[in-house]
Design a protein around this ligand. Structure first.
Ligand code: SF4
Ligand code: SF4
Length: 202
């Protein structure tokens, strides 16, 4: 797949000695393990491999160049991390072993914390998904889609969009209009999720 999204070139950073890598380092430190983020050689393999690249306003490669250039606002407002579907394809193909998918999670967290998320559609979806997993130990697709559409679709668009979607989901085997049964060991799962959220907040 060729990379279609235009790279937003970072402003000329001048001699390397004057580069301000504080944003890049901050992102790297907030990412679990060694992200190797500083090793990016701008080869574009990640963007060329990404199934979501056409929906992103900047490719992962461009985002990493913008981090290096200290373009905090542009990165925090970008939809790129939110369009990432965590397929890890870029991560396994990156010649520099950069933990691209994990960096996308870091950028989402930073954008939420800095209140710079431009479009809350994806972050609300993520929150609703987690609340279902916490309550039932699994997702509830129909509830998730219903809440998401009710929250983010304009009134006039709700019914025309929701009815075909609901019918399609209900006719799929295994999809029930009723909330799912709670899994065994839900308390243990909740503890894991609570601990993960505590670690994320630290
Ligand atoms: S594949 Fe790796 S080295 Fe190449 S641009 Fe993407 S992150 Fe950088
Ligand atoms: S993990 Fe995210 S950024 Fe990487 S290829 Fe998949 S969707 Fe694209």
């Amino acid at each position: 797949m060729s990379e279609k999204v235009t790279l937003v070139d970072p402003p000329s950073a001048g001699p390397v000695a004057h580069e301000d890598l504080s944003l890049l380092n901050e992102v790297s430190l907030c990412t679990p393990g060694d992200s190797h983020l500083e090793m990016c050689i701008q080869c574009g393999t990640c963007g060329g491999s990404c199934p979501s690249a056409s929906a992103m306003d900047h490719t992962p490669r461009a985002i990493f160049a913008m981090l290096r250039a200290g373009m905090r606002d542009e990165v925090m407002k970008s939809n790129t991390p939110w369009m990432c579907v965590s397929c890890y394809y870029c991560t396994v193909r990156c010649p520099q072993d950069i933990h691209i998918t994990d960096v996308m999670y870091t950028l989402k967290n930073m954008a939420i914390k800095s209140k710079m998320v431009q479009d809350s559609t994806a972050s609300d979806f993520s929150r609703t998904f987690i609340s279902y997993v916490k309550n039932y130990g699994r997702s509830f697709e129909i509830g998730l889609a219903g809440i998401q559409n009710a929250t983010h679709l304009k009134l006039a668009a709700r019914l025309p969009n929701m009815i075909p979607m609901a019918l399609g989901m209900l006719t799929k085997k295994g999809m029930s209009p009723l909330p799912p049964k709670r899994i065994k060991g839900l308390d243990g799962l909740k503890k894991i999720l609570d601990r993960a959220q505590e670690l994320e907040a630290e």
